[in-house]
Design a protein around this ligand. Structure first.
Ligand SMILES: [Zn+2]
Length: 277
């Protein structure tokens, strides 16, 4: 930590009072970095427990264009963890409420709401309009679809996943680092997915992992630091343990491998829900 004298000297040298004042003070951001953020566009699939902190962090930081894909409506049981919503939003489409909240937080950010499910038919139009994609969903069928689309359409993908007090985050740079199918070539059964969901979740878990995913997105836009490409951050929130595990791209992967067999999108239909922890 700097001495009070150093802090005073540093803070005198930079502009003060603006919305982005505190991040403009960072040498990793500055006015050049802020311009990069304002020119960037990010599509977030899933506006639930993970999508909430991710969208709030990206909007607050001034990421110029945000897309929100979620076909779900707000329900009472969402409110222990989905921080974008309040009690009176129950029954409203999440994507539309999210757009309102984010616009209120930062009117300088353009927010596009897509209140529908991501599917193989709309994925290309949605993905091609954005620089990068965030997977903030909570079910395997959508995760495979998002990851396949990111590889096929060559978009960097930032992934977060949570359950109970545990979570993980990693980043896919298509055909350079491991994709979701490299890591999970065999999809889990519906029973396994149901069992995972039944473990429940504490709202702070997606809060932490969502913030880590948002931070990876911001660092990637700024081209500064480590944005978790080719490695997975694992959190054991029970014992406050964080581990960083290297990920290997699978050259036999069906979508990003040397001889891919998946060359177009398809729906795995493992369950009916799309959003969002
Ligand atoms: Zn792969």
């Amino acid at each position: 930590m700097n001495s009070p004298k150093q802090v005073r000297a540093a803070s005198c040298a930079v502009p003060s009072g603006g919305r982005y004042e505190r991040q403009l003070w960072m040498k990793q951001v500055g006015s050049r970095g802020q311009k990069k953020l304002s020119r960037a566009s990010v599509l977030v699939v899933g506006a639930g427990g993970l999508g909430s902190p991710i969208l709030l962090c990206l909007a607050a930081a001034g990421v110029g264009t945000l897309g929100v894909v979620d076909g779900d409506t707000v329900s009472l049981s969402n409110l222990n963890r989905q921080m974008l919503y309040v009690t009176e939003d129950i029954g409203q489409p999440k994507a539309l409420v999210a757009k309102q909240r984010l616009a209120a937080l930062n009117p300088e950010v353009r927010v596009e709401a897509y209140p529908s499910r991501l599917d193989p038919d709309n994925a290309y139009a949605l993905f091609s309009a954005y620089d990068m994609i965030v997977d903030a969903t909570d079910n395997y069928s959508t995760r495979y679809l998002v990851s396949d689309a990111a590889v096929l359409f060559d978009k960097p993908l930032f992934v977060g996943a949570v359950s109970n007090l545990h979570g993980m985050a990693f980043t896919v740079i298509p055909r350079k680092t491991a994709c979701f199918r490299c890591l999970y070539p065999k999809s889990p059964t519906s029973a396994m997915a149901r069992e995972e969901r039944a473990r429940g979740i504490l709202g702070s878990t997606p809060g932490i992992i969502g913030s880590i995913v948002a931070q990876s997105v911001l660092k990637y836009i700024l081209r500064y630091g480590d944005w978790l490409a080719g490695k997975m951050l694992l959190m054991d929130g029970e014992d406050n343990r964080f581990d960083l595990v290297p990920l290997e791209r699978d050259h036999a992967c069906r979508v990003c491998g040397d001889l891919p067999t998946i060359t177009e999108l398809f729906s795995m239909n493992m369950d009916s829900r799309q959003s969002s922890c």
